[in-house]
Write a protein that binds this ligand. Structure first.
Ligand SMILES: [Zn+2]
Length: 328
C-alpha cells in the first residue's frame, strides 16, 4: 500500500475536495442563519375595538326582531364571519307561532363540547320605554342583542384554535327577546335547542330516512357560558343566581386574575330567565354573564353610544382565556 502510485497521485486532490465540501457546508450553515425566518404567528388577542365594529355593523341593519329581513341579513353576516375565521357553520331552523326561528352555530376544536352563546334577535317592542308613545317601536338592541353577538364574533377571530380545551360551539340564539309580547315565551331558540339535544337531536343531526342507521347522538354540551347585555360603558357584572355556582366562581375568579374584579363583582344580585335557563333545566352547567343594571333595557334608547369597546373587551378576554386555558 505504501507504494501505491494511485494514492500518491490523488491524495492532494482528495484533500482539496474534502476541504471544499466542509467549506460549502459551513457557509450554507452560516447563510441559513442569515435567512429571514418565517414569522411565528402572533397569538391573537381579543380586541374591544374590533368587537365594537361588529356592534355598529349590527345596529346599521336597524332593529333585528325574529323573522325580519334585518335578522336574515345579520344571520348572513354571522355565517360569513364564522366561515372566514375557519369555523364550520350549521343552522337549526324551526317554526314558532307561524314565525321561522333559526339558531346559528360555529364549531371548532375537538373533544367535549363547550358552548359560548348570545342571542342575536332584538325585542320587537320597546315596552319599557319611559315615553308611552314609543312603546310600540322596536328596540335597536345595541347592548341587548348586538353586544353579545359582537363578543362571539370577535372570539371567532381571536381564539387560537389549537389552544382550545374543548370543542367550542359559538351559538347565536334566535327568538330570545319577545317574551310576554303576543303570548310569546322568552328564550324560544335556546329552549328548542336544549330540549331537542336532550332528546338526541343535537343541532346538525340529519333526519334519519327509513332504512338508514341512526347516527350516534352528539353528547350533551359540558357547559354553556352565555353573554347578554355586556357592552354597557357603565359596566357592573354581578353573579346571577340561577347560574351554576361552581362555573360562576371559576369565571369570576378568572376575571379577578385578569384585573377586572371592579367590574366582575363577586356578589349575587339578579335572578334571570335567559338562554341559559333551558340548558340548566336539562342538567347542563350554565352561566349567564349579564349586566342587568342598564337603564335603557327594552327602550328605544338602547343605542350604540351606550356601548363601549372596553366593556366588550373585558368580557371577551375572560371568555378567550377561559376557553383557551381552562380545562374543566
Ligand atoms: Zn332583552
Amino acid at each position: 500500500m505504501q507504494n501505491d502510485p494511485w494514492l500518491r497521485k490523488y491524495w492532494l486532490e482528495g484533500l482539496l475536495i474534502l476541504l471544499l465540501l466542509v467549506a460549502m457546508g459551513y457557509f450554507a450553515w452560516i447563510g441559513y442563519g442569515l435567512l429571514p425566518k418565517p414569522p411565528t404567528p402572533e397569538p391573537r388577542v381579543f380586541s374591544g375595538d374590533r368587537a365594537h365594529a361588529h356592534v355598529l355593523a349590527q345596529t346599521d341593519l336597524g332593529p333585528r326582531p325574529t323573522g325580519s329581513e334585518a335578522a336574515a341579513e345579520l344571520r348572513q353576516y354571522i355565517m360569513t364571519e364564522l366561515a372566514a375565521q375557519g369555523w364550520s357553520v350549521i343552522t337549526q331552523t324551526f317554526t314558532y307561532e307561524d314565525t321561522e326561528v333559526t339558531n346559528v352555530i360555529g364549531r371548532a376544536g375537538e373533544g367535549a363540547i363547550a358552548l359560548a352563546g348570545a342571542h342575536y334577535d332584538t325585542r320587537r317592542q320597546a315596552d319599557a320605554d319611559p315615553d308611552p308613545e314609543k312603546r310600540e317601536e322596536p328596540v335597536l338592541g345595541a347592548n341587548d342583542g348586538a353586544s353579545g353577538v359582537a363578543v362571539l364574533l370577535e372570539l371567532a377571530y381571536a381564539l387560537d384554535l389549537d389552544k382550545l380545551q374543548h370543542q367550542v360551539w359559538l351559538v347565536f340564539f334566535d327568538a330570545e327577546d319577545n317574551g310576554r309580547l303576543d303570548g310569546w315565551d322568552w328564550a324560544v331558540g335556546s329552549t328548542h335547542m336544549a330540549q331537542e339535544w336532550a332528546e338526541g337531536k343535537a343541532p346538525g343531526t340529519a333526519t334519519v330516512q327509513a332504512g338508514q342507521a341512526t347516527p350516534t347522538p352528539v353528547p350533551l354540551p359540558e357547559f354553556l357560558v352565555l353573554v347578554d347585555m355586556i357592552g354597557d360603558a357603565d359596566q357592573q357584572i354581578y353573579m346571577e343566581r340561577n347560574s351554576s355556582p361552581q362555573l360562576t366562581r371559576e369565571l369570576w375568579s378568572l376575571a379577578a386574575d385578569l384585573g377586572y374584579s371592579d367590574v366582575f363583582i363577586p356578589e349575587y344580585k339578579w335572578s334571570l330567565t335567559d338562554d341559559h335557563t333551558p340548558f340548566l333545566a336539562e342538567g347542563i352547567d350554565a352561566v349567564d354573564i349579564i349586566d342587568f343594571d342598564y337603564p335603557f333595557w327594552h327602550t328605544t334608547e338602547d343605542t350604540p353610544d351606550k356601548v363601549s369597546a372596553e366593556s366588550l373587551e373585558r368580557v371577551g378576554r375572560v371568555l378567550e382565556t377561559f376557553l383557551e386555558e381552562q380545562a374543566r
